[in-house]
Write a protein that binds this ligand. Structure first.
Ligand code: FAD
Length: 498
């Protein structure tokens, strides 16, 4: 990597997406520095659902098991009159019931954002990323061949230069505004209140486990927080008209009353840790990049939290941006590769934002809405470069088209095909002898004879049609080949160098 700048990539914002971007970039060997204005990772619980694709990406960082230990299997999202009543109607089934067994080496999981972020932070640091807290980026100046950030830490300002910047500075992104990038979409009316509290809800649960409940009696969501050994709770409800304008700490009497209604426990005395109000919308940035500055996460899209997709989508942005920036910084790719980030992510993110909006308009407990795409397809069926309206495909029937995720199959020793993919280079999966190579790819000899018994038909129906498949460093298919001599040309094409 070039030493002419202080670092290769500056990531502005050490939230979930910024930290994930740093981990992916550093895994590629890119010098990466994150500046986060707060003193620590986030403290208010927000995201909890980790999709199966995000789990695959965390697995590639080596933190799947840490997340499993820190989080929960996921006990599902139910609806009831109160927490004490019958809770057998699912809004979303438990994570382990989501049929991803044959499709992925991992499964969706539940891990609170404030627990997950330190794990991603540790991974980023293990790969060599620098993460500086209490460090606010005050401004960016783009020069011909680098970007300069003015950073304030402990009252001191300094200039830090980098080849590229990832703006992961959240929904209010000052960088997006500075770049003059507007957002298109729609407001979601109303404001919500979110309160974290401690209370013994076991008299209502009577040995039952839930992740999330909508209690009709009080129009209130209850979310289990922490893991099953350490149950804190979070309530979510809409801001009542007579609460408007009042400080959030003055609302605890009203919130306690709602909680008694919601739980059916008339003598409940909740102990509130944190009360916050929030509003949302469904917006996507009109551009995802300006010169050397790339937007990712909430800086690029804002969506209602229904379906738990905001953070996951941002992590996927970061994963795509990381391999592209790494290839350009290494000098392997032309700068034209940078254009593919917006071309690939924006249409996908637009559909996901639309899906979150659709889910937000459903009444609790309502089954599938017309036009709803299921969670598994949204997580695993993304198709980069597909025509409008075809951005997602059924992951049970992978098309093997360029721009789709390399399907998972189990190898004879129990490992997944995914575990054989290079994280830093292309991978050529070859069904036959390897008679020539290319320094930009790892060549893996893997044919239908090597996959687990019972999966051979699957192999024949997916990977088995050609001599081999080229997979990008982000696990996305980049072309099938009939001869090994075709591999260098496919890599050139994927890197946009001809
Ligand atoms: C109630 C609720 C439930 C949710 N549930 C889910 C869920 O289950 N699954 C899911 O995937 N998503 C969920 N989400 C969405 C998810 O929380 C967000 O999408 C996610 O936090 C976005 O991460 P981010 O890193 O892009 O932005 P943020 O988390 O907002 O992080 C941005 C960071 O940038 C920092 N920053 C900003 N400006 C500067 C600057 N100039 N210098 C330095 N630092 C700066 C900020 O301090 C902040 O730490 C939920 C959201 C809510 C509100």
């Amino acid at each position: 990597m070039s030493e002419s700048t202080d670092t290769d990539v500056i990531v502005v914002g050490g939230g979930l997406v910024g930290l994930a971007a740093a981990a992916f970039l550093a895994q590629h060997g890119v010098r990466t520095t994150v500046f986060e204005k707060h003193p620590t990772t986030s403290i208010h619980p927000k995201a909890r659902l980790v999709t199966v694709r995000s789990m695959e990406l965390y697995r590639s960082l080596g933190i799947e098991e840490e997340i499993r230990a820190a989080g929960d299997q996921g006990n599902g999202f139910v609806i009831g009159q109160t927490l004490s009543d019958d809770l057998s109607t699912w809004i979303a089934p438990p994570a382990e019931d989501v049929e991803s067994g044959n499709l992925s080496p991992t499964s969706p999981y539940s891990c609170d954002q404030q627990v997950l972020e330190p794990l991603v932070l540790n991974a980023a640091r293990r790969f060599g990323a620098e993460v500086e807290f209490d460090s606010a980026v005050l401004g960016l100046a783009e020069r011909a061949d680098h970007v300069e950030a003015t950073v304030r830490h402990a009252g001191q300002e300094r200039i830090v230069s980098a080849q590229f910047v990832i703006a992961a500075d959240g929904a209010g992104s000052a960088i997006r505004r500075h770049l003059g990038i507007s957002m298109s979409g729609t407001e979601v009316p109303g404001r919500s209140v979110s309160a974290v509290f401690r209370a013994d809800l076991s008299p209502a649960l009577r040995g039952r486990f839930v992740d999330a409940v909508f209690c009709r009696a009080a129009s209130t969501f209850l979310f289990a927080r922490g893991n099953s050994g350490d149950r804190r709770w979070q309530m979510g409800t809409y801001v009542r008209p007579d609460w408007e304008g009042r400080p959030t700490e003055d609302l605890t009497d009203e919130l306690s009353g709602l909680l008694r209604q919601a739980t059916g426990l008339s003598d409940l005395e909740p102990d509130f840790d944190d009360v916050a109000t929030w509003s949302t919308g469904a917006f996507v940035a009109d551009r995802f990049r300006s010169g050397r500055i790339v937007l990712a996460g909430d800086a690029a899209h804002i969506m209602p939290p229904y379906g738990g997709m905001g953070g996951n989508t941002g992590v996927h942005d970061a994963h795509d941006a990381a391999w592209i920036l790494a290839a350009v910084i290494r000098g392997d790719a032309s700068h034209r590769l940078l254009d593919t980030y917006e071309r690939e992510r924006r249409p996908i993110d637009q559909v996901i934002v639309d899906q979150a909006l659709l889910r937000s308009r459903k009444s609790p407990g309502q089954k599938e809405a017309s036009g709803e795409i299921d969670a598994l397809t949204l997580a695993l069926g993304q198709r980069y470069g597909a025509p409008p309206g075809e951005e997602f495909e059924d992951p049970h029937e992978p098309s093997m088209a360029d721009g789709t995720r390399a399907p998972h199959l189990t190898w004879r020793d129990g490992r997944s095909v995914h575990d054989l993919l290079s994280r830093r280079q292309f991978t050529a999966i070859v069904d036959g002898p390897i008679t020539r190579t290319d320094s930009r790819a790892e060549f893996v000899a893997l044919g239908r004879g090597d996959v687990a018994t019972g999966q051979r038909d699957l192999w024949a129906n997916t990977y088995g049609r050609a001599v081999g498949h080229l997979v990008r460093p982000d696990g996305v298919l980049a072309g099938e080949f009939e001869a090994l001599d075709d591999v260098p040309g496919l890599i050139d094409r994927a890197l946009h160098i001809r």
